[in-house]
Design a binder for this molecule. Structure first.
Ligand SMILES: [Zn+2]
Length: 116
């Protein structure tokens, strides 16, 4: 279980400041990560993201039913930007059929108005 403590500012240049809250373990009160509350506009995608420190957490491995330090694991994730670009392409691919449906509905309503 985690608790959230109030904002702390992080940043090194004085221009690009994110406001984060600490995530603390309820049991031992250690800070195990942060949640990003506020970001500059170009980092919008990071808002509300929970960032856990690998050195502070343990992972439960489902298949082996073991608990290990997260720092001993490697995670094979795609960079976030790649995932977001893939999602954008999927949304754009879906938006074409929706626009066709709208067009057909508007044509249908126009033709039914003229039939009366
Ligand atoms: Zn703890």
């Amino acid at each position: 279980m985690l608790s959230i403590t109030h904002g702390q500012k992080t940043g090194c240049t004085g221009h690009l400041i994110c406001i984060c809250s600490n995530l603390k373990c309820i049991g031992c009160h250690c800070v195990v990560g942060v949640v990003v509350n506020s970001t500059p506009q170009h980092l919008d995608v990071l808002r509300s993201v929970f960032i856990l420190y690998k050195t502070s957490i343990n992972c439960y491995i489902l298949n082996s039913k073991r608990t290990v330090k997260a720092s001993k694991l490697t995670f094979d994730f795609e960079p976030l930007g790649t995932t977001i670009n893939n999602l954008k392409q999927q949304v754009e691919a879906l938006s074409v059929p929706v626009s066709l449906i709208r067009k057909r509905l508007s044509e249908r309503s126009t033709s039914s108005e003229t039939c009366d």
